[in-house]
Design a protein around this ligand. Structure first.
Ligand code: NAP
Ligand code: HSE
Length: 429
């Protein structure tokens, strides 16, 4: 049996599980591959840190050269995270003719195309299935099983932490800060949760999904982004009354000759499967012209689910090596579809305005929206605060242009009878 050597960079939440699976199931995995798959060295910062699984101390190193310069290491798994030094580590591994498996969405979203070209030059593979929705296989189906389709829409919940927070806000009426604290206590959100709650993690994942789904380069900077930090539990209640759940959606959609690419909270119809995705679960809904609508659902975070995908990528590479196959990794980005400016997006909107409870307020709101060609589809006046003499007005619009809606909001906020526009959430149909 040929020996296939694996070097691992990082032994954190995901790395520990990956190492555990590779060591614990070595015999079975090797039988599956038809070659022995052996974990050789593991790079960490602190070799004395306690690890969740018993680990052979002699495999640990703090010197990356021990992995890159080892001729018996064929595959390098990058699980360090962040852009640097992870990107340099991957470049070094590829340049040393080693195959790379990673779960790093930031590096792939920003540098995937260039890294894949480098990998092709060196005839090595670069696999990154776990970078989007960790345990859910979605990139591979998008590239292979759905290849005959023209994809029209990708609509997804790709961040488990924010979906957990939104679920708590919706189901238990928790304010955002309390739901975030709970997510941190349970170990879902990082001590610095900005990447998740500001939608940055989701933006990287959407950039990867959209690039592969539409065969065009979609850079992170092309994607519009809004996080969940200013959402109010009130809007979850009102949205529910109107037949919607509030979700942080990542949306990519072909619109004529352009592409929409955006991440923001969205009212999602209760009869859409995405509205039923709760807690830390993820789901990706893909619409193809031949296949119709598909939904990929499962755990999008955590060491176990991510190790499932990372090890599967390692086994795919190992099988190719064992069979002596020629590897030509590619990202087929052979189209150039521009991403639409956000101002040109057409969608429906949900507004909540805090207004003076006086005659003529609704007429003023109607006039401003009308002048900006924003057509109202429903209006509800909610609770009155008798002391302040203010009321909440909730408005749902017909499809309207983002630019017109934003201009109308600025004008509404300047009206004396309107205290403020307390919420503006897009509606996804
Ligand atoms: P993590 O828990 O922070 O682990 C990072 C590991 O990398 C640690 O073992 C750390 O060493 C090591 N490391 C960091 N910087 C290093 C450096 N400069 N030199 C050597 N070692 C270094 O991260 P994680 O949660 O496992 O995430 C790893 C990757 O998987 C990230 O790209 C992440 O986005 C992705 N991912 C994570 C999840 C998830 O649920 N966690 C899901 C999907 C994808 P020490 O242990 O010695 O500090
Ligand atoms: N922080 C991510 C999430 C997991 O909450 O979904 C890693 O992709």
């Amino acid at each position: 049996m040929r020996d296939i050597g694996v070097g691992l960079l990082g032994l954190g939440v995901v790395g520990s599980e990956v190492a555990h699976v590779l060591l614990d199931r070595a015999e079975r995995l090797s039988e599956q591959v038809g070659a022995s798959v052996a974990l050789r060295r593991v790079l960490v910062r602190d070799p004395n840190k306690p690890r969740p699984h018993p680990f052979p101390q002699e495999l640990l190193t703090t010197n990356p050269d021990d992995i890159f310069d080892d001729p018996s290491t064929d595959i390098v798994i990058e699980l360090v995270g962040g852009e640097q030094p992870a990107l340099d580590f991957m470049r070094r591994a590829i340049s040393a003719n080693k195959h790379v498996v990673t779960a790093n969405k930031e590096v792939i979203a920003k540098n995937g195309y260039r890294l894949l070209s480098l990998a092709a030059q060196h005839s090595v593979d670069l696999r990154y299935e776990a970078s989007v929705c960790s345990g859910i296989p979605v990139l591979s189906p998008l590239q292979q099983d759905l290849a005959a389709n023209e994809i029209s829409t990708i609509r997804a919940i790709v961040n488990g932490t924010t979906n957990f927070i939104l679920t708590k806000m919706a189901k238990e009426d928790l304010p955002y800060e309390d739901a975030l604290r709970l997510a941190q206590e349970l170990g879902y959100a990082e001590p610095d949760p900005a990447n998740d709650v500001e939608g940055i993690d989701a933006l990287y994942k959407l950039a990867i999904l959209a690039s592969l789904g539409f065969h065009t380069p979609v850079r992170p900077s092309d994607v519009y982004r809004e996080g969940i930090t200013s959402l109010d539990p009130k809007d979850f209640t009102y949205a529910h009354e109107l037949g919607y759940a509030v979700k942080l959606l990542a949306i990519a959609r072909q619109r004529g000759d352009a592409l929409e690419a955006r991440v923001h909270p969205a009212l999602t119809p209760l009869d859409n499967q995405l509205a039923t995705v709760d807690g830390v679960f993820n789901a990706v809904q893909i619409e193809g012209d031949l296949v119709g609508t598909l939904v990929f659902y499962g755990r999008g975070a955590g060491g176990g689910p991510t190790s499932s995908t990372v090890v599967a990528d390692v086994l795919t590479v190992a099988r190719h090596i064992a069979m002596g196959g020629i590897i030509r990794p590619r990202m087929e980005l052979n189209r150039r579809i521009p991403v639409m400016p956000m101002a040109d997006i057409m969608t429906r909107y949900y507004f909540r305005l805090s207004v003076a409870d006086q005659p003529g307020v609704l007429a003023q709101i109607g006039r401003v929206l009308g002048e900006h060609e924003v057509s109202i589809s429903a209006v509800i006046q909610k609770e009155l605060d008798p002391e302040a003499q203010t009321a909440q007005v909730v408005i749902l619009t017909h499809p309207s242009r983002e630019h017109s809606v934003q201009s109308a909001v600025a004008e509404l906020e300047a009206l004396p009878l309107i205290n403020r526009v307390s919420a503006l959430i897009r509606v996804e149909h």
